[in-house]
Design a binder for this molecule. Structure first.
Ligand SMILES: [Ca+2]
Ligand SMILES: [Ca+2]
Ligand SMILES: [Ca+2]
Length: 314
């Protein structure tokens, strides 16, 4: 005696088609229920130079008939901004497509596209095209375009990339994560286009490398690209640009950092350490006074908590 259970996948509208599919699966699996495999969502990988625009294809594959809607969200690296989203040929005519919230900063949620439809679709193809611009000062590197579960933490890279339109649990998807590679054209002194002078690479690595803003050879938390900008040693975790001293006296804050000859420094003050947008320069292009630079800031007395950052560059 078998009992057939029609299992409603979270976020998927139960319908006769699902019931038939479940029944067929049950009949061909000698009594064991096997859920219809879910489609996968992927992004293509692109290489783009700073200061230009490109588009990413949001691709659905292995699709079964599907109703409802999705929110597809992923992280864009800092310096990459969403321009607009264009519907792909896969979407049924009754779709409504929208671009959602956007944040330009890595670590923030970026909901790039969502749609709802009352018509099922079952073909593979491009759901939509996501157009982005890359800032001219975007740091070179290979950035995984990590998906996140819609409306929920934590970020995930391989499962639950899509959420149902009603905000419920996502269906089970295996998502292919694209890679956005920011690479500069080769130029004099930078033959591999990683934004780092070849001489500096040879000095520290012995060869011209492919280090970038997404590599950190010494694991000190500063990328090799930022170690180049600060001219710290990318193979020594003790060598990193950081505020080493901070003294508060009568409303003035004196901070010190180890500086390198030939570099200039910018001091930024912010109110939210998680939000780079809250930071603004309070002193720019301060010349290096090796071995230590000291800068004193007198902030307004309207904030209970303040944060400082120091940025170095050649
Ligand atoms: Ca180079
Ligand atoms: Ca490092
Ligand atoms: Ca270092």
């Amino acid at each position: 005696m078998f009992t057939l259970h029609i299992v409603k996948l979270p976020g998927v509208r139960a319908c006769r088609r699902h019931a038939i599919a479940a029944l067929l699966a049950w009949m061909t699996c000698a009594g064991s229920f096997q859920a219809v495999s879910a489609p996968s969502l992927g992004l293509n990988s692109v290489t783009v130079p700073p200061g230009t625009a490109t588009n990413l294809a949001l691709i659905l594959s292995g699709a079964v008939a599907f109703y409802g809607g999705f929110n597809a969200s992923f992280l864009l690296p800092r310096g990459v901004t969403l321009d607009h989203v264009q519907p792909g040929p896969l979407l049924p005519a009754d779709h409504s497509l929208y671009a959602l919230t956007f944040s330009a900063d890595a670590g923030q949620g970026v909901s790039v596209a969502g749609f709802t439809t009352a018509t099922p679709f079952s073909t593979d193809g491009i759901l939509c095209q996501v157009y982005v611009s890359v800032a001219s000062d975007a740091a070179p590197g290979a950035y995984p375009l990590a998906f996140r579960h819609s409306g929920r933490a934590p970020w995930v890279n391989d499962l639950h990339a899509l959420g149902s339109a009603d905000g419920g649990e996502s269906v089970n998807h295996a998502a292919t994560v694209g890679v956005l590679t920011i690479k500069r054209p080769a130029s004099t002194g930078d033959s591999n286009g990683n934004g780092i002078q070849d001489a500096w690479e040879i000095l520290h690595f012995g060869v011209i490398t492919n280090v970038s803003n997404t590599t950190d050879n010494d694991g000190d938390g500063l990328s090799d690209y930022y170690e180049y900008l600060a001219n710290t040693n990318p193979r020594d975790a003790r060598s990193r640009l950081a505020i080493h001293t901070a003294e508060v006296s009568e409303g003035a804050i004196a901070m010190g950092w180890y500086s390198m000859t030939g570099h200039v420094y910018t001091v930024l003050r912010g109110t939210d350490v998680q939000d780079p947008g809250s930071f603004a320069p309070v002193a720019e292009r301060l010349p290096a006074t090796p071995p230590l630079n000291v800068h004193t800031d007198v902030p307004p007395r309207v904030h209970s908590r303040l944060y400082y950052r120091v940025k170095g560059q050649p």
